[in-house]
Design a protein. Structure first.
Lengths: 433, 456
């Protein structure tokens, strides 16, 4: 679907806030459900208690429901940022506002960033008014910095959060353990990617052993492990297949190792980066390994990414690999996953597959697709009303709903904008608020 | 065949000065001057496109005629004569994209430390270094930028220093040496940097500057020295006193005071821009553009009144304190105020899609009722960029007599689905999306990349 670029402003005023306890019907829009029903024209979505009660055409609006006329508009599921540090990083270069990398050796796989999450971060309103309703928050990959903070090979636990104002911010806690391979893995291991793989293998073997011999270990009647108890606990559900493992890897040879490890340990594996994943599209599909890519990174930024290209998303999706966007759109610029998706479409990816990659695909990767990712009965009502094609950069959400609540379409950026759009110069701008 | 030929626009004084430089060697070129020669071209007519001229005009169903490396005519129904005809029906044509802020070649791909040649971060004033002496012409980023429609760019030193050194404007053509890429006659830039970077880099070493006031003292002291150097040179020329020993650092700064080198000032915060403008007034030089001007929207009128361009990203914010107030409407507010607005990249990825970055602004502006039509937004990465670089007399718009630096797009360049189809530099086809055989491939890509003849 390619809609003509809109050059005029049509701002819908959705004055009434939709309280989650009431019933709301949104009528008349083209709805991209990203579910089995596909795209519905002139459809109605009924929201009850924050959930989608019904979606379809020819649906009767329940008596007493608040009705939002979205005729001529487009509705998609809320967008899902598949990777990043929203709520863990306020200002990139201000150390005290960053909680996604640790210093020292106390934790590896068990480093749980969810406890540092700040739901009042200014990055959240900025992200959600552009459509981001759910996000993975994860330890950040990074080499040792000036403070000595550094990622580990096993760098910690990632969680899924919702960006609304009310309710528990955690959609699902501890969905994955993040692992650094490639050049970063080499840098934080013993200077070789082989060392990173050995460290990972040892930890996974320890987790399997710990699971079988937990009682003996706790009695002090068992061997020492390479990682702490908290780390072993985090890894048990990984080797049991209940918790994913996210591997930061770009080079084809590193991706081949991931495929091998996934098979060997029965891991639910996700690649983040995946610059050369297109070279292994069929192998990844066969191994059921998902890939999170940056839709615009097409340069050999290092020797791990020599074969980076813009067609990766299309090639992977066509081969049947589950794809999400996010590698280059983390944290402050999570909102730009629509740009990644749009560029992937421009370079061969099916439009519906690209929309799925920023909605349902990450929800499936992290085991929350029963809750979010598509517009289906029973799921949380995370919705976006768009004026035009959501992948066009000239488009913007006119209203965003998270868990059925229409969020305030305001951020500190819109406040700054509104202050400086005024041209009254009698008093300094500080008086305009 | 009758083609209206219009006299080439008069070149700026800077160009004449450059042409008169002394010291030409056996190949006729002065040391450090451009050895660029346009690639072979044929007279070509691009027919039936939507043309954004870069001057603020949009012409539907129009033709563009190029011959001898120059734009000959733009308009509907031009006579094709015996020219090579390109059917551009359904396509859009703009001036070639110009990026005023790139580090291609000085921070090339792959970004290994052996290639890290963009920041001479050894002293707060390194006005003596020239970015062109660091450019690696084999950077695959140049080719990727070409596929994004980029025909010219300024390569700048980094921002660690108060005075980072001279920037160089290049034509985006493959060259064995940087001299073969240098935009003929383009003035040098001087990279200056405000704010966090210099004070962090030097303050963390326990040296000056460690504060913003230290930054300002550093700029002012340097300009005092440059002014003194200039005066001594002028006096010696008149036979009064001995000429000082040639000093590369002071020579660059004196070039600014003489109006020959354009100041490109990395500066995020509105209040710091005001301070930098006062320094420029104190020492009587001109700031061509503030780069990364994240807060320019707060002082749009001040920038317009001082004839300073604001070169910005569409939406970068939050990565450091001085970028905390970045908003997507920055360019919209500047443009509305009549301030010279420039979309820049500072990124090997971003340079490939300055059109898309501008589209973000169009969308953000529409949200608050500001209509920015394509013919207006296109100026941000064409004619306004050319103005900031001092090359607007010869490129940056589709006007007869200008260099035929032209990008043909598959559709509206502000759609995310649109791609550059063909790129012409001085009338020569240097990129054709549908004929990879004509496109350049860097030495680096040969044998390393499965996409460019390497083993898979």
């Amino acid at each position: 679907m390619r809609t003509t670029i809109r050059m005029t402003a049509t701002v819908l005023a959705f004055a009434a806030s939709v309280a989650s306890a009431q019933t709301t019907a949104i009528t008349g829009a083209t709805v991209h459900t990203v579910g089995p029903e596909g795209t519905l024209e002139n459809a109605t979505i009924v929201i009850e208690n924050g959930r989608i009660a019904e979606v379809g055409t020819g649906i009767r609006v329940p008596a007493g429901a608040e009705v939002i006329d979205a005729s001529g508009k487009i509705i998609t599921p809320g967008l899902f940022s598949a990777m990043g540090q929203i709520g863990l990083s306020e200002v990139g270069a201000v150390t005290g506002t960053n909680d996604a990398v640790q210093r020292g050796d106390d934790f590896s796989a068990g480093f749980d960033v969810a406890d540092a999450y700040n739901r009042r971060s200014v990055v959240i309103p900025i992200s959600r008014i552009d459509g981001i309703t759910r996000a993975l928050i994860a330890p950040r990959a990074g080499r040792p910095d000036e403070q000595g903070n550094s990622s580990r090979v096993l760098s910690g636990l990632a969680s899924v959060v919702q960006l609304g104002d009310s309710g528990d911010y955690l959609t699902r806690h501890g969905v994955a353990v993040v692992v650094n391979l490639g050049e970063t893995g080499s840098a934080v291991a013993a200077g070789s990617r082989a060392a990173a793989i050995q460290e990972l293998r040892a930890a996974l073997a320890d987790a399997l052993d710990y699971r079988r011999n937990k009682a003996a270990y706790e009695r002090g009647d068992w061997r020492e492990y390479s990682v702490s108890t908290a780390d072993l606990e985090a890894l048990i559900s990984v080797v049991e297949g209940d918790r994913s493992m996210i591997f930061a890897a770009n080079r084809a040879s590193d991706i081949e190792i991931v495929i091998k490890l996934a098979s060997e340990f029965g891991l639910s594996a996700i690649i983040i980066g995946g610059a050369e994943a297109w070279m292994l599209a069929h192998e990844l599909a066969a191994a059921n390994v998902s890939v999170i890519i940056d839709g615009t990174a097409n340069l050999p930024g290092n020797f791990d990414r020599i074969n980076a290209r813009l067609e990766t998303g299309g090639i992977l999706a066509a081969a049947g690999v589950r794809v999400a966007f996010g590698a280059g759109a983390q944290t402050h610029q999570a909102r730009n996953i629509t740009q990644s998706a749009g560029n992937a479409v421009a370079n061969g990816m099916d439009w519906d597959a690209a929309l799925e990659a920023i909605t349902l695909a990450p929800a499936e990767m992290y085991g929350v697709a029963g809750e979010v990712g598509s517009i289906e009965t029973g799921k949380s009502a995370d919705l976006i009303i768009w004026g035009a094609d959501p992948l066009e950069l000239t488009s913007y959400p006119e209203q965003v709903f998270i868990q059925g609540e229409s969020i305030p379409m305001e951020s500190r950026q819109t406040l700054l904008r509104d202050r400086y759009l005024q041209t009254d110069t009698v008093k300094p701008p500080a008086f305009r608020h | 065949m009758k083609i209206l030929r219009i006299t080439v626009l008069p070149l700026s004084l800077l160009f004449l000065l450059a042409a008169c430089e002394q010291g030409a060697d056996s190949d006729g070129a002065a040391p450090w001057s451009s050895r660029y020669t346009p690639l072979p071209s044929v007279a070509t007519i691009l027919q039936g496109a939507t043309v954004l001229t870069g001057t603020g005009e949009r012409i539907d169903n129009a033709d563009v005629v190029m011959d001898g490396g120059k734009i000959i005519a733009v308009g509907p129904g031009l006579d094709a004569g015996s020219m090579t005809v390109v059917d551009a029906g359904g396509m859009w044509i703009t001036p070639g994209v110009i990026d005023v802020h790139s580090h291609l070649g000085v921070y090339p791909s792959p970004q290994v430390s052996a290639h890290s040649d963009g920041n001479e971060a050894t002293a707060p004033n390194t006005a003596e270094v020239w970015a062109e002496h660091s450019v690696w012409p084999q950077d695959p980023g140049f080719v990727a930028a070409l596929a994004g429609g980029v025909t010219s760019m300024q390569i700048l030193p980094g921002s660690a220093n108060l005075f980072g050194g001279r920037g160089v404007t290049l034509k985006n053509v493959p060259g064995q040496s940087v001299q073969e890429m240098m935009f003929p006659g383009a003035p040098h830039g001087l990279k200056m940097a405000c704010g966090e970077n210099p004070k962090r880099v030097y303050g963390s070493r326990g040296t000056s500057p460690s504060t913003r006031m230290g930054n300002v003292a550093g700029y002012r002291s340097a300009w005092i020295a440059a002014d003194d150097y200039r005066k001594k040179l002028a006096a010696a020329e008149k036979g009064r006193g001995e000429a000082p020993l040639r000093d590369l650092q002071l020579e660059t700064l004196a070039g600014v005071l003489d109006g020959e080198i354009l100041v490109h000032n990395h500066c995020y915060r509105a209040d710091e821009m005001a301070v930098m403008i006062d320094i420029a007034k104190e020492f009587d030089y001109k700031i061509s553009a503030f780069h990364h001007a994240v807060e320019a929207y707060k002082v749009a009128d001040m920038l317009r009144e001082n004839d300073i361009c604001a070169a910005i990203w569409a939406d970068w914010y939050g990565f450091k304190m001085e970028a905390f107030d970045g908003i997507r409407e920055n360019a919209a507010i500047l443009d509305r105020a009549g301030t010279c607005t420039v979309m820049h990249s500072d990124s090997a990825i971003g340079i490939q899609r300055l059109n898309q970055e501008s589209a973000k602004v169009i969308g953000a502006a529409a949200k608050v009722g500001i209509d920015i039509p394509p013919e207006r937004a296109v100026r941000w990465f064409t004619s306004n960029a050319a103005k900031a670089l001092g090359i607007d007399g010869v490129t940056g718009s589709l006007e007869p007599g200008k260099m035929a630096d032209v990008t043909v797009w598959s559709g509206n360049p502000f759609s995310v689905y649109t791609k550059a189809e063909r790129v012409y530099i001085d009338g020569a086809l240097v990129f054709d999306r549908h004929n990879p055989d004509v496109n350049p491939v860097t030495d680096f890509s040969l044998g390393t990349s499965a996409l460019h003849g390497g083993a898979q």
